[in-house]
Design a protein around this ligand. Structure first.
Ligand SMILES: [Zn+2]
Length: 243
């Protein structure tokens, strides 16, 4: 019987399944916390992922709490075969607080930092406004994306509870890492995106419309081989990129 059960669980992750039911996503996350070699190739990510209730409860709470203008966040990882959430975070300096949280965990030694899988978070008002100024679509910040691809990074999944959407960006087996520091990454991608827009980088007056943050999400996920899912609150996540 035990084997049958195991087979059934493994079966949930076979590529021909276009929809992962609730437990499949948790099972997958636990596998990659054991060993990143369990990351699936891009082609094997399903079109849709249903999340277990605990994810929606956390994402919805974060969305609600962030109405005060501050962001919220929680790292998640695995403990004793379950997905576990660490350290509720609150703040408004997106880029510092995630780094500090990981350092805090490293120092307190109570959790094995290598078992961290990712972060769920919301955005502070100031960042959301910046993102929406460059386009109407909610999106991950450049720093969110950087954490997924930086050399030696431990974040494999970056989840965002936005006002009326959940966004999940995940690493794949093919994800490329980058040795750039964050400033270099930021400058590189701004130049890259402005160049793609046909802008003359040497002449600010000749710049056309600025790329949106969502454009950055799509371009960066394609370059580094990440997978992007977007879903409504309480709804299934649908794969947006690669299309
Ligand atoms: Zn973010």
């Amino acid at each position: 019987m035990k084997n049958l059960e195991t087979d059934r669980k493994t079966d949930l992750l076979r590529p021909e399944h276009d929809l992962w039911k609730c437990k499949a996503a948790d099972k997958y996350l636990l596998n990659i916390s054991r060993d990143p070699k369990f990351l699936l190739p891009l082609s094997q990510y399903p079109k849709e992922i249903e999340l277990e209730g605990q994810w929606h409860r956390r994402l919805n709470k974060m969305r609600g709490d962030s109405r005060d203008g501050d962001e919220r966040g929680e790292l998640f990882g695995s403990v004793d075969g379950n997905v576990f959430f660490y350290l509720p975070l609150k703040g408004n300096n997106h880029e510092v607080f995630i780094e500090e949280a990981i350092d805090e965990l490293r120092q307190n030694g109570k959790f094995d930092v290598s078992k961290i899988i990712g972060l769920i978070h919301s955005h502070p008002n100031n960042l959301r406004e910046r993102i929406l100024r460059g386009g109407k679509k909610q999106a991950l910040s450049l720093f969110d994306l950087y954490l997924l691809i930086r050399e030696g990074g431990i974040v494999r999944v970056m989840a965002l509870a936005e006002k009326d959407k959940n966004l999940f960006m995940l690493c794949s087996a093919e994800t490329k890492t980058d040795e750039k520091n964050y400033n270099q990454f930021f400058d590189f991608w701004w130049d890259e995106m402005l160049g793609r827009n046909g802008d003359d980088l040497t002449n600010k007056k000749k710049r056309k419309t600025l790329p949106s943050f969502f454009d950055f999400n799509i371009a960066i996920s394609a370059y580094y081989k990440l997978v992007l899912y977007v879903g409504k609150p309480n709804g299934a996540l649908k794969k947006i990129a690669p299309a």
